[in-house]
Design a protein around this ligand. Structure first.
Ligand SMILES: Nc1ncnc2c1ncn2[C@@H]1O[C@H](COP(=O)(O)OP(=O)(O)OP(=O)(O)O)[C@@H](O)[C@H]1O
Ligand SMILES: [Mg+2]
Length: 666
C-alpha cells in the first residue's frame, strides 16, 4: 500500500492537472458498462470520476423528489421571507431615530395614522416617538425569533420526511439489483449510500431552494433600499462586489469533484470497517489487528489531508471576503461622509446605508455557501441516482404468467443450459437434466465443479446465458419471478441467520407461522433441544451473522426454516455438511420425510444423503460426467464408484474435499 502522503500527492497532482475535473458534466456513456468493469473496487473509483448525470438532470430529480411536498416548501419559503423582512427593520428604525426623533421632528409614520389618539400622542413628545420605535423594534425582533424558529422546524420536518422516503426508495431498489452488481458495491458502499448519502441529498433542498430564495429576497430588498437612499453611494459600494464573486467562482468550480472524491473515500473506509468486523475472527486468528488498524489509519490520514486541502481551498474564498468587507465599509464612510457634509445625505441615511450595505454581505455569503454545499449535495444525489438508475435484476417479461402454487407440479427441466458469471468464463456448459415432479436429484462433484451455480440458476438468482430452464414445461423466465421463488425453500451452503431471535429466523420463510408450527419444525430439524437449552429458548437473540451458534446449530436452524416453509421445491446445498455423523443420521429421517414426494435438488458430499436419490449426477468442471441411480453408478465403476469406495473404507462418511476427489478421480 502506498503511504498516505504519496496518495495525497497523487490526489493533488490530479487536482492540478484537472484529472478530477468532474465539472464537465456528461450523460453516462452507454459503452462503458458500469457493472462489467473492474470487479475489484468496492466503491466506484474516484479517479477521473465524472458526474454521471448533468446538473440539470440532478436538479430535476430534486423537483421530482419534492412532488407532494410543494405545500411544505411554500410554507417554508413564506416563513423565510417573513423572517428576512423582520431582520431588515432595525436599521430603518435607527434612521428614524436619528433623523426624526433626535431632531424633534414628528415621525413620518404619523401621517399614515388616522387623526386622534395615537397620532396625537406620538406628536406630543419626542420620548413618545422613542417609545414607539422601541416597541416597533421589539415587535420586529419577536417576529424574527418566531419565524426563525418556525423555519428550523419546517426544514427539519421536510428533511426527515424526504430522507426517509428516499431511503425507502434506495432500499427497495437495491434489493432488486443483480447479485453481481451488489457484490460490487459491497456492504459498506450500500450502507453509506442508504444512510449518509440520503442525508446529504436532502440537505440540497435547503441549499438549492430555500436558502437561495431567502437570500435573493433579502438581497433584492436591501438593494432597493440602498438605491432609494442614494444611488451614487450605491454605485461606489457595488463596485467592490464583483471582484469577490469572480475570485469565488474560480475557486469553487474546482471543489465539487474533490468533495465527491472524499465521499468515495468515506464509503471505502466504512466498507473496510464493516468487512473487518464481519471477519474479525479471521483478523484475530491471523493477528492482523494491528496491520488492519495501521492501514485504516493511513487511509483515514489521506482522507483527512484531502478534506483539509479542500476546506483550505474553500476558505480561500472567505479570505477574499474578509479583505473586501472592510474596504466597502471604509468607502461608504469616506464618500457618504462627504455627502453628509455637503448636506446631500442625512446622518440617519448614512448610518442606515452603512448598516444595510454590510447586511448585504450576509445573504451573499449565504448564497455562495449554499452553492458550495449544494455541490456536495449534488455529489451525493449523483451517487444515489447512479444506484436508482441501475436496471433491476431480471424484470418480468411482458406477459410473464402468474403462477398459482396449487397448479404447480414441480417438474424441472434443464435444457441445454450454458452459464458463466462473466461472459469469458463458462461455468456450466450444455447441461441437460430432468427432475420429474416429486423426485430427488443429487448432485455430487469436486469443489468448484458448478454445483452451487446450478442451484443458483434453478432458483433464478441468475439467468442462464444459453438454453432454458423449464418448470412444468414453461420457461421460468416467462413466470413472474415472485411467484416462481415462492415455490422454493433452500438451505444454502453458507447459512445466513439474521440479527433477530431464533424464532424469527425459523419463521423467515413463513411469517405468520404459529409457535407450535415453529417448534414442530425445529423438532424435525433436531434443533429443539439446543434451542431450549439456550437462556431464552426460542426468543434468544442471535448475534449478527449468528456468531453465537455453532456451524451445525446454524445449519439445523436453516433446515427448520425450510421444513416450516413447506415448499414445492426443496434445495439443499450441503445442508448437513457441518453436522456430525450422529446428528446427520437423525436429521436424515426428517429430511427424507421432507423430500418425500417433493421435487428436491440436493447437493451433498456425503453418501447417506445421496444414496436414495432418484437420480445422481456427477458434475465436474461444469459438465455432467456420470448420471444414474446409486446402483447404476456403482456398477459402472467410474468416478462415483471411486468416491463411494473411498468413503466406505473410511466408514466415517467424511466430507470429501478437492484433494480427495482428485485422488479418487485419478
Ligand atoms: N458469484 C460468482 N462470481 C464469479 N464466479 C463465481 C461465483 N460463484 C462461483 N463462481 C465460480 O464458478 C465456479 C463454480 O462454483 P460453484 O460455487 O458452483 O462450485 P461448487 O461446485 O458449488 O463448489 P463447492 O463444492 O466448493 O461448493 C467456480 O470456479 C467459482 O470460482
Ligand atoms: Mg457450492
Amino acid at each position: 500500500m502506498k503511504p498516505s502522503r504519496q496518495r495525497f500527492q497523487d490526489f493533488r497532482r490530479k487536482v492540478r492537472q484537472g484529472l478530477l475535473q468532474g465539472d464537465r458534466l456528461r450523460e453516462p456513456d452507454p459503452r462503458s458498462g458500469e457493472s462489467a468493469g473492474g470487479a475489484h473496487h468496492s466503491v466506484p473509483s474516484h479517479d477521473k470520476h465524472v458526474f454521471k448525470f448533468t446538473k440539470r438532470r440532478l436538479l430535476e430529480e430534486y423537483r421530482l423528489m419534492l412532488r407532494g411536498y410543494y405545500g411544505s416548501v411554500a410554507t417554508l419559503i413564506l416563513v423565510v421571507v417573513v423572517s428576512s423582512l423582520a431582520a431588515l427593520v432595525s436599521p430603518f428604525i435607527l434612521k428614524l431615530l436619528i433623523d426624526y426623533v433626535f431632531h424633534g421632528k414628528p415621525l413620518p409614520v404619523v401621517w399614515l395614522l388616522p387623526h386622534g389618539g395615537l397620532r396625537h400622542w406620538l406628536t406630543v413628545s419626542a420620548v413618545h416617538g422613542l417609545a414607539f420605535l422601541a416597541l416597533a423594534l421589539a415587535a420586529a425582533e419577536a417576529i424574527s425569533v418566531a419565524a426563525s424558529w418556525a423555519r428550523l422546524l419546517a426544514i427539519q420536518r421536510l428533511n426527515y420526511r424526504l430522507a426517509a422516503t428516499l431511503r425507502q426508495r434506495l432500499h427497495a431498489h437495491l434489493a432488486t439489483l443483480p447479485l453481481g452488481q451488489l457484490a460490487e458495491y459491497r456492504t459498506g458502499g450500500i450502507i453509506s449510500r442508504i444512510m449518509s448519502d440520503t442525508d446529504q441529498v436532502v440537505g440540497g433542498v435547503q441549499n438549492a431552494i430555500v436558502n437561495p430564495t431567502a437570500a435573493a429576497f433579502r438581497i433584492a430588498c436591501i438593494l432597493v433600499i440602498l438605491i432609494a437612499t442614494s444611488w451614487k453611494l450605491f454605485l461606489i459600494a457595488a463596485a467592490l462586489i464583483p471582484p469577490v464573486i469572480v475570485i469565488h467562482l474560480l475557486v469553487f468550480r474546482r471543489l465539487r469533484p474533490l468533495w465527491r472524491n472524499i465521499q468515495d473515500d468515506r464509503s471505502m473506509l466504512s466498507a473496510r470497517v464493516s468487512d473487518m468486523f464481519a471477519g474479525i475472527r479471521v483478523v484475530r486468528g491471523f493477528r492482523r489487528e494491528r496491520s488492519e488498524g495501521r492501514e485504516f489509519g493511513a487511509r483515514q490520514l489521506t482522507m483527512v489531508r484531502k478534506q483539509y486541502y479542500t476546506s483550505v481551498l474553500g476558505r480561500l474564498l472567505m479570505t477574499g471576503w474578509s479583505i473586501f468587507v472592510p474596504m466597502i465599509g471604509i468607502a461608504i464612510v469616506w464618500f457618504g461622509g462627504q455627502m453628509v457634509l455637503a448636506k446631500k445625505l442625512t446622518v440617519g441615511d448614512l448610518v442606515m446605508f452603512e448598516t444595510y450595505a454590510l447586511m448585504l454581505l450576509g445573504p451573499i455569503t449565504q448564497m455562495i455557501d449554499s452553492m458550495q454545499n449544494l455541490q456536495q449535495n449534488l455529489g451525493a444525489l449523483d451517487r444515489v441516482c447512479d444506484v436508482l438508475g441501475q436496471p433491476p435484476d431480471m424484470p418480468d417479461r411482458t406477459g410473464a404468467v402468474a403462477l398459482g402454487p396449487r397448479k404447480v407440479r414441480g417438474d424441472i427441466e434443464l435444457r441445454d443450459i450454458r452459464f458463466g458469471y462473466r461472459p469469458e468464463q463458462i461455468v456450466l456448459d450444455r447441461l441437460n437434466l430432468r427432475v420429474p415432479a416429486g423426485s430427488t436429484l443429487a448432485v455430487v462433484g469436486p469443489s468448484g465443479g458448478g454445483k452451487t451455480t446450478l442451484v443458483n440458476l434453478i432458483a433464478r438468482f441468475y439467468d442462464v446465458s444459453g438454453g432454458a430452464i423449464l418448470l412444468d414445461g414453461v420457461d421460468i423466465r416467462d413466470i413472474r419471478l415472485q411467484d416462481y421463488r415462492r415455490l422454493f425453500a433452500m438451505v444454502l451452503q453458507d447459512v445466513y441467520l439474521f440479527d433477530g431471535t431464533v424464532r424469527d429466523n425459523i419463521a423467515f420463510g413463513r411469517r405468520h407461522a404459529t409457535a407450535e408450527g415453529i417448534q414442530e419444525a425445529a423438532k424435525k430439524a433436531y434443533a429443539h433441544e439446543f434451542i431450549m437449552a439456550m437462556e431464552k429458548g426460542y426468543d434468544t437473540p442471535i448475534g449478527e451473522r449468528g456468531a453465537k451458534l455453532s456451524g451445525g446449530e446454524k445449519q439445523r436452524i436453516a433446515i427448520a426454516r425450510a421444513i416450516l416453509a413447506d415448499p414445492h421445491i426443496l434445495v439443499l446445498d450441503e445442508a448437513t455438511s457441518s453436522l456430525d455423523t450422529q446428528s446427520e443420521r437423525l436429521i436424515q429421517r426428517s429430511l427424507e420425510e421432507l423430500m418425500h414426494n417433493r421435487t428436491t435438488i440436493a447437493i451433498a458430499h456425503r453418501l447417506s444423503t445421496i444414496m436414495k436419490a432418484h437420480l445422481i449426477v456427477v458434475l465436474v468442471d461444469g459438465r455432467i460426467q456420470e448420471r444414474g441411480t446409486h446402483e447404476e453408478l456403482l456398477s459402472r465403476r467410474g468416478m462415483y464408484h471411486a468416491m463411494f469406495t473411498q468413503q466406505a473404507q473410511r466408514r466415517r462418511a467424511p466430507a470429501l474435499d478437492l484433494m480427495e476427489w482428485e485422488k479418487a478421480v485419478k
